[in-house]
Write a new protein. Sequence first.
Length: 115
Amino acid sequence: QVQLVESGGGLAQPGGSLRLSCVASGITFSIYSLGWYRQVPGEQRELVAHISSGLTTTYADSVKGRFTISRDNAKVTVYLHMNSLKPEDTAVYYCKANRGATAYWGQGTQVTVSS
């Protein structure tokens, strides 16, 4: 059974930092592309950052220079380091693992940025 379990969300002040983690099980982690997405109520889920199996990274324009995605294949974990947080970063953050047409999602972790 495939599982992706996110953690690290919570409340942060504007300008603060958080690190999200997503631990995978049930897949050959190293061959999957991994992504972090976020969703606010009433809006579509959007891609925040992506890292390929070959370590190529891409970012949404809104988070470039502030967020960093990384992966540790030995720990079957993908991370999202979030710095200089803004209130508009408030959302539920999801990790996704995909290979071709196969995709798996985590259950999400809430990030709230507020003073």
